[in-house]
Design a protein around this ligand. Structure first.
Ligand code: IMP
Ligand code: MG
Length: 180
C-alpha cells in the first residue's frame, strides 16, 4: 500500500468561488422541490460537513439537520466495497422530507447502502445531494437527485474530503496527484 506525506502536491480542481456558487444554486434547486415544508438534512460524516454547512446557510425556510457516519477507507485510496454504519442518527425519519448530504459518490456502494437503511425508516420522501460524482467508477446504479460537479476518476481532497484524515480544511477541491 502506498502512503504519502501530508505535503503531497495538490492540483487545484474546483476553486472556492465555484464551490460557493454551485452550492448556492443547489440549495435553491432543493428548496424549489420542497417549497412549503421543513427539509431534514442527513449529513454523512465526515466528508460532507462543509458542504452541509454551506448548503444550509444558503437555504431559505425551515431546515433541520442530523448526522451519521459510515465506515471510511481508513487511509486507503480505494474502496474495499465493505460498508458499515459507525454513527447512527439522533432522530427518526418517519413522515419527513429527507435529503442525504454526501461528499462524493464513487462506486455508489456507500450511498446505496445508506439509502436502503434510511428508506426503511419511513421518510415521506428521500432524496440525495452529492457535491461530487465520479460516474466512471460506478459499480451500482444509485439515484442521486442533486449533483454539484461531475468529475473524472481522480482522487480528490479538500472542502471536507480527506486522504487519511488530511486535507479536509482546504477551502477548495484539489487532486492528490500521487494517488491518481
Ligand atoms: P463509494 O462507496 O465508492 O461511492 O465511496 C464513497 C465514499 O468514498 C465517499 O463518501 C468518500 O468518503 C470516499 N471517496 C471516494 N472517492 C473519494 C475521493 O476522490 N476523495 C476522497 N474520498 C473519496
Ligand atoms: Mg464519505
Amino acid at each position: 500500500m502506498l502512503r504519502f506525506s501530508a505535503m503531497a502536491p495538490i492540483q487545484p480542481l474546483i476553486d472556492h468561488d465555484e464551490l460557493a456558487a454551485r452550492v448556492t444554486s443547489l440549495a435553491q434547486e432543493i428548496r424549489a422541490d420542497f417549497p412549503n415544508g421543513p427539509i431534514h438534512f442527513v449529513c454523512v460524516l465526515k466528508g460532507a460537513f462543509l458542504f452541509l454547512s454551506d448548503l444550509v446557510r444558503s437555504m431559505e425556510g425551515q431546515v433541520t439537520i442530523d448526522f451519521m457516519a459510515m465506515s471510511s477507507y481508513a487511509g486507503r485510496a480505494t474502496s474495499s466495497g465493505e460498508v458499515r454504519l459507525v454513527k447512527d442518527l439522533d432522530a427518526g425519519l418517519e413522515g419527513r422530507d429527507v435529503v442525504i448530504v454526501e461528499d462524493i459518490v464513487d462506486t455508489g456502494l456507500t450511498l446505496h447502502y445508506l439509502q436502503e437503511i434510511l428508506l426503511a425508516r419511513g421518510p415521506r420522501t428521500l432524496k440525495t445531494a452529492c457535491l461530487l460524482s465520479k460516474p466512471s467508477r460506478r459499480q451500482i446504479n444509485v439515484q442521486v437527485d442533486y449533483i454539484g460537479f461531475t468529475i473524472e476518476d481522480r482522487f480528490v481532497v479538500g472542502y471536507g474530503l480527506d486522504y487519511a484524515e488530511q486535507y479536509r480544511n482546504l477551502p477548495y477541491i484539489g487532486v492528490l496527484e500521487s494517488i491518481t
